[in-house]
Design a protein around this ligand. Structure first.
Ligand SMILES: [Fe+2]
Ligand SMILES: [Fe+2]
Length: 170
């Protein structure tokens, strides 16, 4: 079992994961509009990955016999600037999520709730991977600056990602 306080905090995180999914869906639509089809497909997979995160928390709350409380999801932006700015916004969002997950882990430890702590460690590890991938993509975009051919090559690389589970560019 988990305390009501922890269930409430997990429901808040559940909402953040849905917002992450929503944000990436919006980034995908934006990249499609700009004809960065590789990036659009990359963000669509990122959207699916965030939905999987939400489902993981949802399942855990149910498994622990607590109440799932679905709240309204905030509206994401529609425009994100250049490809570089879009990925920078994505990284800054993930860094915010990392902070939230660290706070949540602290809360679980304070409550001596090791089951929830274990669940959260999976998320904390996932954040390390996500941030590393975004750093790598941002570095590559910075390398080519505004060179059209370079950006096209990066977009082609981003198109190679095939799974909702992130890993390198592909
Ligand atoms: Fe997530
Ligand atoms: Fe994420």
């Amino acid at each position: 079992m988990i305390t009501k306080k922890m269930a409430k905090a997990l429901n808040v995180q559940l909402n953040h994961e849905f917002y992450s999914a929503y944000l990436y869906l919006s980034m995908s639509a934006y990249c499609s509009k700009k004809d960065f089809n590789g990036a659009a497909s990359w963000f669509l997979l990122q959207y699916q990955e965030e939905l999987a995160h939400a489902t993981r928390i949802y399942n855990y709350i149910i498994e622990q016999g607590a109440i799932v409380s679905l709240e309204q999801v905030n509206k994401p932006e529609k425009k994100f600037g250049s490809l570089l700015e879009t990925y920078q916004k994505s990284l800054s969002h993930e860094q915010t999520m990392t902070c939230m997950l660290n706070d949540l882990s602290n809360k679980a430890l304070n409550e001596k709730d090791h089951a929830t702590y274990n669940l959260l460690q999976w998320f904390v590890n996932e954040q390390v991977e996500e941030e590393a991938i975004l750093h790598e993509i941002i570095s590559k975009i910075k390398l080519v600056k505004n060179d059209g051919y370079g950006l096209l090559m990066i977009d082609n690389e981003l198109a190679k990602r095939t799974s909702a589970k992130s890993g390198a560019l592909a």
